[in-house]
Design a binder for this molecule. Structure first.
Ligand code: ADP
Length: 277
């Protein structure tokens, strides 16, 4: 039972939905979310094409996690819809959701290979034993993220960067086409962050689409094709140059100022998440 709960926390899809031809990879239409009557997201609409790298940015409490969970099908929006290749997110094996690291029980007695093999469950069925092909897919996924040597290590022994890479390997084993990552860089040192960014760049060549919630505006500007600036409502969505305008940033952040470098230019940004920091 405990294993099932752990598995559900980090693995979503159990059934496969067919892709409708001609439909966008992801279409979010007028999505609103209330928690106990309190508005967290208001009428969010946007479309994502295959292979894009999207950064979702905004201050603490902007609704970034909520939006990712709704796209993943973990939460049902109060209003609006999410379509992945023309179907609701439930049942899509092609979606992999990587929660914030602090939402995972790292003391659970699993090895890295166990977790990556969980990515195969949707393909092989819950009660079947992994076959040679499944082990081969897991081996290749571990190799792609540079964790081959740690395959039999307990997950509690991993560093933060290795934990993220393990979850990316699980998504690869799942053969995911849409990867949703919630704050994957938080708490990682710079080399670990760069390691993850390199892996995400390589996934682009495999056509994997990536949506990442992040606090780091510099990184969003430097490494992502488009940025979605959120503060309960969608303030701007486009290239970093289009989105990071003083007006849009003021609308999202207000408050304290910090400097962000975009294309070599410095602009001032209010960032409420940095209060006291
Ligand atoms: P972000 O990821 O941008 O920090 P969240 O999606 O976590 O934002 O939260 C958006 C808003 O929704 C916040 O005001 C938060 O307090 C609220 N919220 C998030 N999850 C819950 C929940 N399970 N129950 C009640 N309120 C929640």
């Amino acid at each position: 039972m405990a294993l099932m709960n752990w598995w559900r926390m980090v693995t979503l899809r159990e059934r496969e939905a067919r892709h409708a031809p001609g439909e966008p990879l992801l279409e979010v239409s007028r999505v609103s979310m209330h928690y106990n009557g309190v508005l967290a997201l208001e009428e969010i609409s946007f479309t994502v094409e295959p292979g894009e790298r999207i950064a979702i940015v905004g201050p603490n409490g902007a609704g970034k996690s909520t939006l990712l969970k709704i796209i993943a099908g973990v939460l049902t929006p109060t209003a609006g819809s999410v379509r992945v290749y023309g179907h609701g997110p439930q049942g899509h094996l092609c979606i992999a959701y990587i929660p914030q690291r602090n939402q995972v029980d790292w003391n659970f007695p699993l090895t890295v290979a166990d977790v990556v093999m969980m990515g195969r469950v949707g393909k092989m069925g819950l009660l079947r034993h992994p076959g040679a092909r499944d082990w081969e897919v897991v081996r290749r996924a571990l190799e792609q993220v540079g964790l081959t040597d740690l395959a039999h290590r307990p997950i509690r022994a991993l560093s933060g960067g290795q934990q993220q890479r393990m979850f990316i390997a699980r998504a690869l084993a799942q053969e995911a086409e849409l990867l949703l990552m919630d704050e994957p860089f938080t708490g990682l040192d710079l080399p670990a962050q760069e390691g993850i960014l390199e892996i995400l760049e390589r996934l682009r060549q495999q056509g994997v689409t990536v949506l990442v919630a992040t606090h780091d505006l510099d990184q969003a500007a430097a490494y992502f094709d488009r940025v979605l600036l959120l503060n309960r409502r969608l303030i701007a969505f486009g290239s970093p140059e289009e989105v990071f305008t003083p007006e849009a940033l003021r609308a999202a952040y207000g408050g304290h100022l910090r400097l962000v470098s975009i294309g070599g230019e410095l602009i001032a940004v209010g960032d409420t998440c940095c209060e006291g920091g």
